[in-house]
Design a protein around this ligand. Sequence first.
Ligand code: 5AD
Ligand code: SF4
Length: 458
Amino acid sequence: MREKRLYINTIGCQMNVYDAGQIAGVLAPLGYTPTDDIEAADMVVVNTCTIREKAEQKAFSFLGRLTKIKAAKPALIVAMGGCVAQQEGEAVLKRMPYVDLVFGTHAIFRLPEMVRRIEASRCRIVDVRMTEAIEIDRPVDGPLDEGQVSAFVTIMRGCDNYCTYCVVPHVRGREASRHPDRILEEIRMRVDQGIREVTLLGQNVNSYGNKEGLCSFAELLEWVNGVEGLGRIRFTTSHPKDLSDELIQAFGRLDKLCHHIHLPVQSGDDDILKRMNRRYSRSVYLDKLARLRQVCPDIAVTSDFIVGFPGETERQFQRTLELIETVRYDGLFAFMYSDRPNAPAAKFSGKVPESVKKERLQALLDLQQSITREKHEAMVGQVRKVLVEGPSRGLGESAGGNGNPDIRWNGRASSNHIIHFSTADAHCPKKEILTGEFADIMIEGAYAHSLWGRRVQG
Ligand code: 5AD
Ligand code: SF4
């Protein structure tokens, strides 16, 4: 079989990063191996995202650039997958005559068959069929990057929550969970390949298994915790309304579960939360967080925010800022609201002008930056265990700031903070650290966006 090159451009969330690995994995038996060189590719896949307007534009502008490459190399197979593909379907073929294949979010396992047909007869195919349950579920031996120590593992797909701003339920379909045996099989396979940390993925992991009556998410975590050779477990995302006491207790009980939770709140105002259909109030959110911090006092908390949701007043936005000051997040992602096709909020009145959204976004980010800086400074002098992810490349501000050429590594703390560090220490034998090892780092410097330190043992 002739070796063929596959170039994948992934836009958007961690789910898409995982899917890209699956795509590479299912196409490997057809002779495709991944390449970073688009000019050398026999097939280009763009794995798209439609969660916000910007992500969608990115996909179309990348596809636009492919016209030239395809004109120079007509045999190139151009495929579009992911959420935009699911949303647009047939329309993509009409709009972009150089696209050969449009495959939706439920079609990855049907890819080999479709690609074979295109190779044989140069036909054009659209497959955006969706199914209620996960029909084919087998762990795919997708390629790992060199030195990769952490991997994503999807435990469920879709979402049943219908937040009014969100397109996900429309493009990823109804919630469906994978069987725990398949999940554990995949994790063991990854551990055998050298992975030390897994991040379990789902739009709302806390409702894992409910529909199918499989097991609870906390039970699944317990089993994953028992996988020999695995060092750490992370998960994302947890919907605050479904954050159960059982899961809260898991943070106190499971030794491999990282002390970090990503708990998107979106807004600090009850009226906005209601119109977003989030189904929790500010006080319920704060209560759950207080219980988490009781069980796991050093837990790091991060969140997502939307500014400028339709009808959001200045006072309501201030409530969001107050919430951020109350919680003192370790980090956050904030987005300006954008209308999405099929999402009910697109029809809501009281649209906030772009200029106001921009101002609010900036105010929110400024506030968080000062909190992050204070929290980082408070970490100086502490020792944190990191999983070494590899050599530090661009150190940015810390390189200029500390001028220490020994700082050559970076690792991730349980709290999800990245720490750059050196191994030079008189009290510690100077052994070269290998990527994938755990090391104790004394934090010596803190900046707004980075931390650096020195290995003290491990
Ligand atoms: N506009 C802006 N942000 C959005 N998000 C989801 N939909 C929208 C939208 N229409 C954000 C939410 C979510 C994150 C993944 O993306 O904050 O948690
Ligand atoms: Fe979208 Fe809400 Fe589902 Fe998250 S929980 S994917 S924001 S509908």
